[in-house]
Write a protein that binds this ligand. Structure first.
Ligand code: DOR
Ligand code: ZN
Length: 349
């Protein structure tokens, strides 16, 4: 058995409020605990995007009643809500901007970028969904403003090499990668079609190998847990995204057992750097116990996520979360939630 700190996932979509047919705060945080994540940070692309103080308040109140682990939030912007920034800044951990089309159609006009950046101007980061050529556009704005910026779910050699250069230049940028972009390739997209349709899309073996080779230059692993129902995935217009909270750690532990990854890298990518990035305090007596020897097959029936499926179902993994403690209380044990109501909304008074 090994003990790790309660892991931190800086990028999830818990869908509450508005799309609780896919997930809600209770099932989403249950999935987080089952996957070893005691703290998660929820994105603003709800059905009604979180672009006003009032919507953020509403979301935080709902979360407080339903969460099983700790949750923090990001704010969203389409460039028309800059006056809200001052009021929401103390409540959130960053601002999320979408520069490419994805779930929710929540995309900003590039011309608005600089004014959004200037209005936000904060120690708290701006997080970006910006793929390929949009990475360069962001780097230009970071150079002009000095604003801390985090590139979410980078997936290609082109993206990572641009970010590595920006880091060498001394710009305050960080980046994250998802488990699906590390463990799946475009060949899986051909095999599994809509189930693995996500943004960014899966990439070539060459891109994936580049991410693994340059893992030292990647700051965090983020699940981008993006649950959609099977019915939606099997429809004429399958939405983008895959669930990931329950499979990220087992996949990483399996890589450790195969000598592809060092255990201390999980610590760095899923705890130390997320904490540093979002300036989180150390949460006392918050840790997970993991049986690193246990082998099992990922199986839809065992998942806590409401969507009830995983692109990794059928995959044999090694390493299972046995117990989770938050602030000294055992909240999860052997695939069961043992202490509901123990989570906190971070950033709320
Ligand atoms: O695949 C994705 N799904 N990418 C995103 O950027 C959003 C996410 C979602 O919310 O479903
Ligand atoms: Zn996302």
């Amino acid at each position: 058995m090994i003990t790790l700190p309660g892991l931190i996932d800086i990028h999830v979509h818990l869908r509450d409020p508005g799309q609780t047919n896919k997930e809600d705060f209770t099932t989403g945080t249950a999935a987080a605990l089952a996957g070893g994540f005691t703290t998660v940070f929820d994105m603003p692309n709800n059905r009604k995007p979180i672009t006003t103080w009032a919507r953020l308040q509403e979301k935080m109140i709902i979360a407080k009643k339903k969460i099983l682990g700790d949750v923090g939030f990001y704010f969203g912007s389409l460039g028309d809500n800059l006056a809200e920034f001052t009021r929401v800044k103390p409540l959130v951990f960053g601002l999320k901007l979408y520069l490419n089309i994805t779930t929710g159609g929540f995309i900003i006009d590039k011309k608005q970028l600089l004014s959004i950046y200037k209005a936000w101007s904060s120690e708290k980061p701006i997080l970006l969904h910006s793929e390929e050529e949009m990475v360069g556009a962001i780097i230009d704005v970071v150079r002009k403003t000095g604003q801390r910026s985090h590139f979410c779910h980078i997936s290609s050699r082109n993206e990572l090499s641009q970010i590595m250069k920006a880091k060498q230049e001394g710009l305050p940028v960080t980046c994250g990668v998802t488990a699906h972009h590390l463990f799946l390739t475009i060949d899986d997209a051909r095999l599994f079609g809509p189930y693995v349709q996500m943004k960014p899309s899966l990439k070539s073996r060459r891109d994936v190998d580049y991410l693994w080779t340059h893992l030292r230059d990647i700051d965090v692993i983020e699940s981008d847990h993006a649950p959609h129902t099977l019915a939606e995935k099997e429809s004429d217009k399958p939405p983008f995204g895959v669930p990931g909270l329950e499979t990220t750690l087992p996949l990483l532990l399996t890589a450790v057992s195969e000598d592809k990854l060092e255990l201390k890298e999980i610590w760095r990518l899923c705890y130390d750097n997320p904490r540093q990035l979002l300036k989180l305090p150390d949460i006392k007596e918050t840790y997970i116990e993991v049986d690193e020897q246990e082998e099992y097959e990922i199986n839809d029936q065992e998942l806590q996520t409401k969507c009830g499926w995983s692109p990794f179902s059928g995959e044999k993994v090694r390493g299972r979360v046995k117990r989770v403690y938050i602030r000294g209380e055992k909240v999860y044990e052997n695939r069961a939630l043992v202490k509901p109501g123990w989570g906190t909304v971070l950033g709320a008074d």
